[in-house]
Design a protein around this ligand. Structure first.
Ligand SMILES: [Zn+2]
Length: 296
């Protein structure tokens, strides 16, 4: 029976400076991380502007040495990449990821690039290329590149959207997309963004990772309440038109839900005394570079 772990490259908000942006590395282990030097499969959830430096620092830790190749970040060791939405704190590191994979790790004698799977809805995959990546990556020597020159697109339908199908690793852990209410141009869901639900096929247990979302009690009831653990984005200070769940809103949840909820995507004032209650009332503020065990 395999194990799954999650390590935040950073736990900060989009504009945090004391922590890096909230991107997470999920690792799948056929046996156990204590007995394996590298996982059997990996799924990176988002890779923002601070992602490359965060990975560079993470690989210096003995537990993550497999991410180091001669001092460089071993991007090909990351086999799958889920994009939740197109804000730069979630996709801003992808140009470096793509260019390094293709131009540094490809065998020089051939055009053989081991491409990382880019997992998102079809609309998101197209948007990431058209609006975020093609400006810098379109030009190759002698021709114009496409997304497929860098990544292997792996479109997924979101849960509740027709025949949604999960993406799985180790034939055991299933990753599904859940639409979130993050930014509204005119109305709910008119700008795509997603959370990630991870399910263990063997035990039937789930873990929920909110991506970016407003406080959405219906989504919480459906996906967070039944989960054994959750990671939820949070905004510490109240504001009239939030695009993240406010701490004051999450505080209204039943204690049983808060106790298994790790808060991430927080601003730089998290250690002010006014937020001391978070460690008592929730599972706590998520810690960067700490390997959480999702399924044992
Ligand atoms: Zn966002």
């Amino acid at each position: 029976m395999g194990k799954l772990t999650l390590t935040f490259l950073g736990v900060g908000s989009a504009f945090a400076k004391r922590n890096r942006q909230s991107n997470a590395l999920v690792e799948a282990w056929a046996d156990d991380p204590r007995r394996q030097s590298a996982p059997d499969d990996t799924v990176l959830i988002d890779f923002g502007m601070t992602g490359p430096v965060a990975l560079h620092e993470l690989k210096l830790r003995p537990d993550f040495a497999y991410l180091d190749v001669d001092g460089r970040v071993n991007y090909p060791a990351i086999t799958n990449l889920i994009v939740t939405h197109q804000h730069a704190d979630h996709v801003g590191g992808l140009e470096e990821f793509a260019a390094t994979t293709r131009h540094v790790f490809a065998r020089p004698s051939s055009n053989d690039v081991r491409r990382t799977r880019l997992i998102a809805t079809q609309e998101m995959i197209e948007g990431v290329w058209t609006h975020s990546l093609s400006g810098g990556l379109r030009a190759l020597s002698g021709r114009t590149a496409t997304l497929e020159d860098y990544f292997e697109p792996h479109p997924l339908r979101a849960m509740g959207d027709g025949d949604a199908q999960p993406f799985s690793v180790l034939d055991q852990f299933e990753f599904s997309l859940v639409q979130t209410d993050h930014i509204r141009i005119h109305e709910r869901y008119d700008w795509p963004s997603y959370a990630v639900r991870i399910a263990d096929r063997q035990s039937g247990e789930t873990v929920f990772y909110s991506g970016d979302t407003r406080f959405d009690r219906a989504m919480i009831d459906k996906y967070v309440v039944p989960a054994r653990l959750s990671f939820h984005d949070v905004q510490l200070r109240d504001e009239p038109t939030p695009v993240h769940a406010l701490l004051s809103e999450l505080r209204t949840l039943p204690e049983s839900v808060r106790r298994t909820m790790h808060l991430y995507h927080y601003g730089d004032s998290w250690d002010a005394s006014e937020y001391e209650f978070v460690q008592r009332e929730f599972a706590g503020f998520a810690r960067p570079a700490y390997r959480y065990l999702l399924f044992d």
